[in-house]
Design a protein around this ligand. Structure first.
Ligand code: ACO
Ligand code: LMR
Length: 264
């Protein structure tokens, strides 16, 4: 029989060899004619399946809520400085994206990992938070520079309200809220942040949709798909900040001398 020469690349998410491009087997004409949105396309290209409408709507809400958070946070600051140094769109965008990581925007996967592990093991919020403290690890998804117990992040509340109305189960969300109640009893800045809300709600989405096996959920959490939501969303805002600086013809940024402590 025929022997297939081994290929150098394997791809399972898209194919453009036919009459029309396909995402996970769905032809572009269906995608356009049936009004697929960004959430549907993420479902196809990241999760390789069509997810129910409430799931794709949730993904779109995450993207809308995380698109921008003003000029003062790490990512936008880097993008603004780079755009003002006369660099192009891609350079300005990636300089902002490079700040996304464990402290800023990139704690979604770790919050899903740690909260899942703790909740599945039935650890009490006290046991979970204190075991993290003993290991010297900050609880991913907890803490925010500007939000406090009495002034919580509206985005978190909106995500949770949507999930309560549309998700079949919000077990992980409720666990995260219990952990937040415990951490807030320790310090007023230890709120559940937007990364923690998305990480734990995505666990509920994956488990409750009935579209993923337990093994697939473990793989998604293990590989770390979820920071991708923040990267994708925040690119929208970072591109906006680049255009804003160019439009305003802003000059090269120079940090004020008086704002530096020259210490020995
Ligand atoms: N778990 C446990 N303790 C914490 C946490 C946490 N997640 N966050 C802060 N603390 C404690 C610190 O240990 C510190 O106490 P200490 O000075 O006695 O050590 C105190 O709270 C204040 O910490 P700061 O560093 O001043 O807090 P800051 O407001 O600068 O940090 C940050 C904010 C970086 C988000 C922090 O809370 C953190 O590392 N959280 C975990 C990572 C995370 O979730 N990042 C995503 C944020 S959301 C987003 O970027 C879109
Ligand atoms: C954001 O969405 O950029 C913020 O939540 C980050 C922050 O540090 O406030």
């Amino acid at each position: 029989g025929k022997v297939r020469a081994p290929t150098h690349i394997v791809c399972t998410i898209s194919d453009v060899r036919g009459e029309e491009p396909c995402y996970a087997g769905v032809p572009m004409s269906s995608i356009v004619e049936q009004g697929y949105g960004v959430g549907d396309v993420i479902s196809l290209l990241w999760f390789k399946r069509s997810l129910p409408r409430y799931c794709t709507h949730f993904i779109e809400i995450c993207i809308v809520l995380c698109a921008d958070h003003g000029p003062c946070i790490s990512g936008a600051h880097n993008t603004i400085v780079t755009a003002r140094a006369g660099k192009d769109l891609v350079s300005s965008l990636v300089s902002g994206l490079l700040t996304i990581g464990p402290r800023f925007g990139g704690a979604i996967d770790d919050s899903a990992r740690y909260f899942k592990d703790a909740c599945d093991k039935n650890l009490t919020p006290y046991e979970f938070a204190e075991s993290m403290k003993k290991k010297g690890i900050r609880v991913p998804g907890i803490g925010n520079r500007t939000k406090k117990g009495g002034n919580k992040d509206k985005r978190v509340e909106l995500l949770q309200r949507f999930a309560r109305t549309h998700f079949p189960s919000v077990k992980y969300m409720e666990y995260a809220m219990q952990v937040e109640a415990y951490t807030l009893s320790k310090a007023n800045n230890l709120v559940l942040n937007v990364d923690g809300a998305i990480g734990t709600l995505f666990l509920d989405l994956l488990a409750g949709s009935g579209m993923f096996t337990k093994q697939e959920i473990d793989e998604i959490v293990e590989i770390g798909y979820l920071n991708g939501l923040f990267v994708l969303a925040r690119s929208i805002g970072l591109i906006g900040h680049t255009f804003d600086q160019k439009r305003l013809k802003q000059l090269l940024y120079h940090h004020p001398w008086e704002d530096v402590l020259y210490a020995k």
